[in-house]
Write a protein that binds this ligand. Sequence first.
Ligand SMILES: Nc1ncnc2c1ncn2[C@@H]1O[C@H](COP(=O)(O)OP(=O)(O)OP(=O)(O)O)[C@@H](O)[C@H]1O
Length: 420
Amino acid sequence: MNKYKPVGKIGEGTFSDVLKTQSLRDGNYYACKQMKQHFESIEQVNSLREIQALRRLNPHPNILMLHEVVFDRKSGCLALICELMDMNIYELIRGRRKPLPEKKIMNYMYQLCKSLDHMHRNGIFHRDVKPENILIKEDTLKLGDFGSCRSVYSKQPYTEYISTRWYRAPECLLTDGYYSYKMDMWSSGCVFYEITSFHPLFPGSNELDQISKIHDILGTPAKKTLNKFKQSRAMSFDFPFKKGTGLSPHVPNISPKSLSLMYAMIEYDPDQRIGAHQALQHPYFRELRTAEKQAVTMHRKMRLAENIVGQESINLWCISKDGNRQHSHRKTQQNPIRHHGPSYAIELPKLNVSGVTKLTSYPSPTFHSVFTTPATNGEVPVLQPIKYIGTNHKSEKQKELKSSMKQYHLPTIERRGGGY
Ligand SMILES: Nc1ncnc2c1ncn2[C@@H]1O[C@H](COP(=O)(O)OP(=O)(O)OP(=O)(O)O)[C@@H](O)[C@H]1O
């Protein structure tokens, strides 16, 4: 940790203090997440869910970037050195009166859905999506705090207490641990509402009140849905019929498309709830998808132009240096671009360097394929050498204690149905 100079405290969570630090090597600023828990060995550090998830999900434009893991064996202190962001979503909207421009909300929601899509495709679900865990820097949004995440292939029921109550999906509230990745969509729908209205959607004061707040707006669910939940709950429950006000009276000024996506995300039944990949295809995001496609096309054209210019200058250099066309000729034969014009088959691998294009280069998955076949990104990245050791205040908003030891092995992507 002597390679980093602490500058000030920027955040605090249940499990960590987050400091702004400056690297003495490159002079850049980073966020240093100093874990409150002490560790006995590197093996114990490596088994930390958060580290495993970040390594598997990095790099992606909408996932917080892990720069370095620093562990001090003597003191047992552990710090995650991450990219420094400006603030979290809760801080962005706190005390604000003027609504955020609709374009900004759309842009943030698009990026949030992209982070979820990437995570779910890679066999991980977050389990604690909430405004405090969504970080922004200028117009870029990144999902952080993977301390509660799980493998989608791990065996239910999940016994530990998870997710902050206000963002907890009905299946988490009403079953004995039979929930999965769709719970992240519910939480994100609640965040969508909150960045639109600046109020939490379901601010329940306890679990029963949480359900009641959900029913106040969505109404009690169909019997079929409740019966599904009842099958995975030891204790029986029933709710007297309630109609629900719907979302519209609470967000009167939003567009119909925006409302439609919001409803799809907070669908009561997880089987009917929209998934992240589907959400990205929703008409609400049409404009952004078009802009993205145009940017990709432009990028391809630019790379192509660069290649041609680069190739020509190599050829010219070869000719002038050697006075020998043979060498130049061999070069042009090696690179068919010069003779045969552009080929996307040649260009695409270069585009994959950027995370955004990497996402678009996935085989277009049906929703099922994400969870019935191994994830597309192959193996878990190898751990980099571990180096050392290492207060925006946690919001006063209601928070419940999560499991204190957040260190478990994340099953490899290929493993299905197993788990811990
Ligand atoms: N990379 C970062 N850049 C800027 N701020 C950050 C960064 N990482 C975390 N923070 C701030 O620190 C706060 C706490 O971080 P984080 O949620 O990762 O800690 P935690 O101990 O896991 O919290 P929790 O109690 O939610 O489990 C965040 O809400 C955020 O405001």
